[in-house]
Design a protein around this ligand. Structure first.
Ligand code: FBP
Length: 552
């Protein structure tokens, strides 16, 4: 592998662990807290998870755990979209496993969950792992979006594990992958296969969180990477003073990424999907709001600005949400007839003619390209692939049209020239920040401690993240406590409840307090590139979201 100078020096970085995980691994003991429930729909979740529902929270403290040294083989799977730090989860897991017993073996299943189904694996050794430590990406073993959901698949997993004498699996994934981890843990217990399952909270989207999972890994690095780019664009806009930049940001349904980037860069507009939904804002009113901001700034001679758009926005605009729901049901019901059509115009006509009157009207005002994008394949979990819907272009085009009307009416006199961008993939494999490097290594190390304590159906939890790493707490929470029932592919399923932006939360409140000023004036802030070496206040700072959430 050809390596860059930064990659070379990052190999030498020693990730920081919480104090408790720095102890001799045989003296890290699990302490059990209160039994847990579910996010909502407790009875339904309990009925589906008789062996893993209601388990207690766990924290680690100094004590005695000689049992951790028993020889064991562990399998690891990277699941779903890339997030910076995945390699460090594997590094932490590997180091803990070898600290417990040098005879232990780590199997990395290749290409995501399909790797275990196909028994495709890589034995992780120190030499193999070395070039991946503290680097971004999931290329060490690859990732994938195959969903482990049928009993047949679970049984294949059990047989593959037995073949290699694997007694524990670590699944590194987001909400959907950890939902699968919980179902698999339940199945292994029911069938008495003797295979533990532990999840690790991954996703740049930041939507897998609660009080025990303060943030999913990758959010820190991804938002800092996007914020650097947004800051650079803001400075360009403020220098040339001739463009409005519409920037769509990855993040699926939740607007955590857009909000965090807004807090870091202070753009003129940042849409927050959760607020759009709460206020039942229509597409037309969103366009009106942006057009008004553009025209107000034009009064001051500022024909430039920056608009941030969360990628999931369309799903939260009430009339478009209703349209998407109808399309989802329709595509699930008429899958065969729809898939038989190969021409995209025919597909649009097929769907258009089967919609309710109100959804037909909404569908018809959308530009052709957006209509087609709404019909693209669902992901394996039945979600619309929001990252492929060009909301940035939709909004900039509609704002331009509205400004032309305003000009004709005499209420707008400025110049409007728009550029569109989408920041997503460029943030998912960046070198993890010091925070993500430390956090991920700790999550992996901690995952092995949960295995060594005989637990299954737990999510690795490291908390108190605004404090220096040595003060972090380590433990685990039952995955079932994050679950509720939701409609997927047309029927109700138990899934981890997505954590959306809370409109009563401190990060949104701070944004709401400042946005009018950021809209009219030019208050851009320029975060600059992620720094790996230098003063701690630059290199080790957490996100603004986390800092505000944990502020007293
Ligand atoms: P995960 O939920 O799997 O972590 O996905 C993160 C994500 O980057 C989303 O923000 C985005 O919508 C999606 O992946 C894109 O998926 P793909 O990589 O399949 O294009």
């Amino acid at each position: 592998m050809d390596i860059s100078p930064l990659q070379k020096v990052r190999y030498a970085y020693q990730p920081k662990l919480p104090a408790i995980l720095r102890k001799d691994i045989t003296s890290i003991e699990a302490v059990y807290g209160e039994p847990t429930g579910a996010a909502t729909d407790a009875d339904a979740v309990k009925a589906l998870f008789p062996h893993t529902y209601g388990m207690s929270r766990v924290s680690f403290t100094e004590g005695d755990n000689k049992a951790v040294t028993a020889q064991r083989n562990v399998g690891v799977i990277l699941s779903g979209g890339q997030a910076p730090g995945g390699h460090n989860v594997i590094s932490g897991l590997f180091d803990a496993l070898k600290a417990a017993n040098p005879e232990n073996t780590l199997y990395g299943f290749k290409g995501g969950p399909s790797g275990i189904l196909q028994d495709s694996y890589q034995i992780i050794t120190d030499e193999f792992l070395a070039p991946y430590r503290n680097t971004g990406g999931f290329d060490i073993i690859g990732s994938g979006r195959t969903k482990l959901e049928t009993q047949e698949q679970f049984e294949v997993c059990a047989q593959v594990c037995k073949k290699h004498n694997i007694s524990a699996l670590v699944i590194i994934g987001g909400d959907d992958s950890n939902t699968n981890a919980a179902v698999l843990a339940e199945y292994f217990l029911e069938k008495q296969h003797g295979i533990q399952v532990i999840g690790c909270p991954k996703t740049i989207d930041g939507d897998l969180k609660n009080e025990s999972i303060e943030i999913s890994f990758g959010f820190d690095t991804a938002t800092k990477t996007y914020s650097e780019l947004i800051g650079n664009i803001e400075r360009d806009a403020n220098s040339a003073k001739k463009y409005w930049h519409f920037i769509k940001l990855m993040g699926r349904s939740a607007s955590h990424i857009a909000l965090e980037c807004a807090l870091q860069t202070q753009p003129n507009v940042c849409l927050v999907s959760e607020e759009v939904e709460a206020n039942k804002q229509s597409l037309v009113s969103i366009v009106e709001y942006i057009a008004k901001t553009v025209s107000d700034r034009a009064l001051d001679g500022n024909n430039f600005g920056v608009v941030l758009i969360p990628e999931g926005l369309v799903e939260f605009i009430p009339e478009i949400k209703a349209l998407i729901d109808e399309i989802n049901h329709l595509l699930a019901k008429e899958e065969v007839a729809f898939n038989a059509l190969t021409d995209s115009a025919q597909r649009v006509a097929f769907v258009g003619s089967r919609l309710s009157k109100s959804s037909q009207t909404v569908f018809s005002i959308l530009p052709d390209e957006i209509q087609k994008q709404l019909l693209m394949d669902r992901d394996p979990h039945g979600n619309v692939q929001v990252s492929r819907i060009e909301t940035d272009k939709l909004l900039s085009t509609m704002v331009e049209t509205r400004l032309k009307q305003m000009k004709a009416e005499g209420s707008y006199t400025g110049k409007f020239s728009a550029m569109t961008h989408f920041f997503g993939y460029e943030g998912r494999c960046a070198f993890p920040t010091n925070f993500d490097a430390d956090y991920c290594y700790s999550l992996g190390y901690n995952a092995f401690c949960l295995i060594g304590s005989g637990l299954s159906g737990y999510l690795s939890s490291v908390t108190n993240l605004c404090a220096p790493a040595e003060q972090w707490n380590a433990g685990g929470i039952p995955i079932t406590m994050m679950m509720n029932m939701e409609v997927r592919h047309g029927s109700k399923k138990p899934v981890i409840k997505k954590a959306l932006v809370e409109l009563e939360g401190k990060p949104f409140a701070y944004f709401a307090e400042h946005r009018a000023q950021w809209a009219r004036k030019t208050c851009f802030t320029y975060p600059g590139a992620v720094q790996y070496f230098g003063p701690a206040e630059v290199c080790d700072r957490t996100t603004v979201t986390l800092a505000l959430e944990q502020s007293k």
